[in-house]
Design a protein around this ligand. Structure first.
Ligand code: 5GP
Ligand code: MG
Length: 168
């Protein structure tokens, strides 16, 4: 598998993102909402690159809600009510078509968070085409299927330290 970004490059970029996010929020309290499962590695590194005394961390598993399952709505209500009035920073591994995040952000609106910003490690800009606005972006990537650094193919390869292109 071809290395797209090695761990050193990732580490540098994550440190820069941490500084950008720290500078943006300054003393404002906010919640890093890490979207599972793919973002758990990125999220763990990112929160440690952020300087803030009022940062809270939370997690949400979105994959089961990203389709049109009506059951997801009930679960989301329990999960999302606690974010009313909070400043949320959504931490995503990759934005491809933007469908997952736009669905989720629309749902979030019903629970009136104070603000919602998006930090994504990767974006397929050519595919997302601005559908989801990413406030803090790690890297723009092409239409390859990427694994490693938390990203999977059928639950495998999350443990690879680099971001690599999956080649069957
Ligand atoms: P979207 O809804 O933006 O099209 O896709 C978002 C989700 O699809 C991501 O959160 C991720 O789970 C999955 N995905 C999209 N592209 C890739 C990719 O290149 N590699 C991996 N591992 N997952 C991807
Ligand atoms: Mg994901």
């Amino acid at each position: 598998m071809k290395i797209l970004f090695d761990k050193k490059t990732i580490q540098k970029r994550v440190a820069q993102l941490g500084r950008e996010i720290s500078n943006y929020y300054k003393k404002t309290p906010f919640v890093c909402l890490i979207i599972l499962k793919g973002s758990f590695v990125f999220g763990a590194d990112l929160i440690r690159a952020i300087e803030s005394d009022s940062l809270e961390i939370d997690f949400i598993k979105l994959s089961s809600y990203s389709g049109r399952h009506s059951t997801g709505v009930v679960d989301l209500k329990d999960e999302l009510s606690k974010f009313r009035g909070k400043n949320l920073l959504l931490v995503e591994d990759i934005v491809d078509t933007g469908a997952t995040l736009s669905f989720f952000m629309k749902k979030l609106e019903e629970y009136s968070p104070a603000s919602v910003k998006v930090c994504s490690l990767l974006e397929k800009k050519e595919i997302n085409r601005g559908k989801v606005k990413i406030d803090f972006l790690g890297f723009d990537v092409g239409d390859d299927f990427i694994v490693g650094y938390g990203l999977d193919y059928n639950e495998k390869f999350r443990n690879i330290a680099d971001l690599v292109v999956y080649e069957g």
